[in-house]
Structure formats: structure tokens, C-alpha cells
Design a protein around this ligand. Structure first.
Ligand code: SF4
Length: 232
């Protein structure tokens, strides 16, 4: 079966109708059974939603391809969370993808502190391009978007064809609230980023993340930007 042809608009609409009243675990099970080794999970090891998804997926397929975009500007706590979660969830296929440019090369080509002048370009170089490499050859991508995270995410579908990266994108926790996500983490004792206990709500690069804000408002403060370009 060719998944790209099987999941046409009608099929995707049917899946979304079915999954709107389904538990996220059912969505994850469908994704694992449908896509197998063609499935990738994007994990930032920052926010709580990604940790819940990693736990759900690891129960079914510990060797699922988990990809991490290491921008070179991640908090030390984020690296530590990756190590703890990889061990606790028995994840055996966590792969790290980095920009083709080192921090120094980026500064030489585009100037110092690019994130302060052109964060879209910085995100393109350090997140979007590595994301493309991470998903190369894959047929589906599980992501941790929730509709309550921002206005721009308020209508995120559970299943969609993602033309930008050429694969099916699945957001099993789209319907969940932040509280439901935390309830899941506590119930299953899932490791999470300790910065979430220090006032951070959404955690990305240390250059572009501040605590004490709701939703994604703590990202790219001072810019009309609340997405890095992976999900737009
Ligand atoms: S979040 Fe900030 S530092 Fe990280 S890649 Fe984007 S602009 Fe650059």
C-alpha cells in the first residue's frame, strides 16, 4: 500500500473525524501500526506534550526513530532531560540533527547574534533544514502540537498531509489541554524538563526563551513570531 496515495483528502478527513473523540493513545497506536519504521517522532525535550508522546510511543515501539534538533543553543537542562528520558523510556533510536553551520560559521556568514536580527533565518538554518534531513525517507511524523498553545495552533488537525516536508503529520495530543498533559506525565511518572518547574512554559533555545509567560509568548520576545517554521 502506498501510504501517500492511500491517505488522500477523504481518508484524512475520515481519520480526523474518528480521532476527534479518540484517546491520544489510540492515535499513537494507529500511527505505529500504520507507518512502522517509516514513523518519526520529533522531540524537543522541552515542553510537556512531547514527553507524553514519547512515553505513549515508547510503550509500543521503543526503537521508533526519535529526532532531536540540537541548535547549539539548547539549555543544559534540555540535554539532561534527553539523557534521562532516553534511559527511562528505553528509547533505542534517538538521533540528533544539527545545523550544517557551526555557531562560528553562522556568525561569519550572517553576522553575530543572528537571532536578534533575523530569527526566521536563524531558525531556518538551525531547525528547518536539519528537520528536513531528519525526516528524509520517512512517511509520517508525530509532533507535539496542542490547540491550546497559541492562536495559530487553535485549529491544528490530528492527522494532515504536510506538503512542506512531504509526509503525513500526526498531532495525537491536539485536543488535550496543558492540565491533561501534566496529569498524564504525573500518572506515568514521565521525566520532564526541570525548567518547567522554574516558570518556563515553552522551552526552545536559551537565546529566545524567557520564563513567566503563557503559552508560546515566552518565545522570541520582541518579535511578531511564535513559530520556528517547523509547523507553519
Ligand atoms: S529559536 Fe532563536 S536561537 Fe534557536 S534557531 Fe530559532 S532564532 Fe536561532
Amino acid at each position: 500500500m502506498s501510504l501517500t496515495t492511500a491517505l488522500d483528502e477523504t481518508a484524512i478527513a475520515g481519520l480526523n473525524e474518528r480521532f476527534e473523540s479518540a484517546a491520544p493513545e489510540e492515535v499513537v497506536r494507529w500511527a505505529v501500526e500504520t507507518f512502522g519504521d517509516g514513523l518519526s517522532v520529533g522531540a524537543s525535550f522541552g515542553g510537556p506534550t512531547g514527553m507524553a508522546i514519547l512515553h505513549m510511543t515508547a510503550q509500543l515501539k521503543p526503537n521508533v526513530h526519535v529526532f532531536v534538533l540540537d541548535t547549539d543553543y539548547l539549555f543544559e537542562e534540555t540535554h539532561q532531560t534527553r539523557e534521562r528520558a532516553t534511559s527511562a523510556l528505553n528509547l533505542s533510536n534517538v538521533q540528533v540533527y544539527k545545523s550544517k553551520l557551526t555557531h562560528e560559521q553562522q556568525a561569519a556568514e550572517h553576522g553575530a547574534a543572528l537571532w536578534m536580527r533575523d530569527p526566521d533565518l536563524c531558525c531556518d538554518l538551525r531547525k528547518v533544514e536539519p528537520n528536513r534531513r531528519a525526516l528524509d525517507g520517512k512517511s509520517a511524523w508525530i509532533s507535539g502540537l496542542r490547540r491550546d498553545q497559541s492562536e495559530g495552533r487553535s485549529d491544528v488537525p490530528i492527522v494532515a498531509w504536510n506538503a512542506r516536508f512531504g509526509l503525513v503529520k500526526i498531532n495525537p495530543l491536539a485536543r488535550w489541554t496543558e492540565k491533561e498533559t501534566w496529569d498524564y506525565l504525573v500518572k506515568h511518572e514521565v521525566p520532564y524538563n526541570p525548567l518547567l518547574d522554574q516558570g518556563f512554559v515553552s522551552i526552545g533555545c536559551y537565546n529566545c526563551t524567557v520564563p513567566g509567560k503563557q503559552g508560546r509568548q515566552g518565545r522570541w520576545e520582541g518579535f511578531e513570531k511564535d513559530e520556528c517554521g517547523l509547523h507553519t
